[in-house]
Design a protein around this ligand. Sequence first.
Ligand SMILES: [Zn+2]
Length: 359
Amino acid sequence: MIGDRIRQARLAAGLTLGALGDKVGVTHTAIQKYEKGTMTPPSSQLLKLARACGIRVEYFFRTHKVELLEPEFRKLATFGKAAQEALKIKVLDRIEKRVELLGFFPESPLLRFDSHIALPERVTGLDQLEGLADQVRDAWKLGLNPIGDLTDTLETRGLLVIVVDEENSGFSGLTAMARTLNGHMYPVVAVSSRWPGDRQRFTLAHELGHLLLSGRLDAQIDEEKACDRFAGAFLAPKAAAVQLLGQSRRGLEWQELYALKHEFGLSMAGWLQRAKQCGVITNAVHLAMWRRFSSKGWRKAEPGDPVQREHPRLFEQLVYRALGEQYVSESKAAELLGIPMMRFHKERQLESVDAAAHQ
Ligand SMILES: [Zn+2]
């Protein structure tokens, strides 16, 4: 039991058996024995282990309140097994905090995940996804406007979004179901905090597509393509695209795409696709523009400023809501937010409104 937790803490800290052993002054075999449970570390050793892994010693005694079912990674080969394990543990830790917070509310402040629309039995063509994206937007009362805070929009509707710090660029996303001890299930999506905002947003919308479309696509439809199409249509609905670009165009200016990118949080490449998908430009025009786009090296890095990263606020807001209703104590609130009491005290009184402190 403690062994599992030591292993998880070590992996989450990105340490090998030997590296952790060096830090606490034992051999890698000793660490291995701790992890397997064939040897129990004395409490003095536990303190050192905790410090070396950058966690509190209580972590070793905490049981997991949440299980991660069917985790699916989208990744490159460079993102190996150990890195996946470490990421899963980081995600799990964050989910546990959320689930714990939700448990303090007499009634969950979040909706159960539900599209709130009658999903089609069968999707037989990609164009059908335009209508589906519109329906979801309608049901969620998003209108035709850009979605300002996609993370919070999804979380309010019962999808847990974890923005996780992952330096390995081979990581492209994780989806899973989180099951709590009392059997609640939450769909989970994790994206990297290091990606530009448009990539985070497209991934989130794409994963929403998987949740809605899984099992409904005709055999000849590629699920990844379908989810990409849904993502584009959800972020930039057809009616808005046609209104902003015009019904039919001979060509588009890069500056138009750049402005729309920042307005809707969808990449320039994404907008070029949308223009074709919505019939604003022909396939031939799209192809010609795409070639020029690629030759400028913009497929690797688009020009100009990046889209601002997603900045989820919901969790923090709910911690304060729980505090305001006296569902949690001040120290519990500080613990949930992962900040020391002193700092929490100041932040609660808005005494340190330095936004940089939150980065
Ligand atoms: Zn996918």
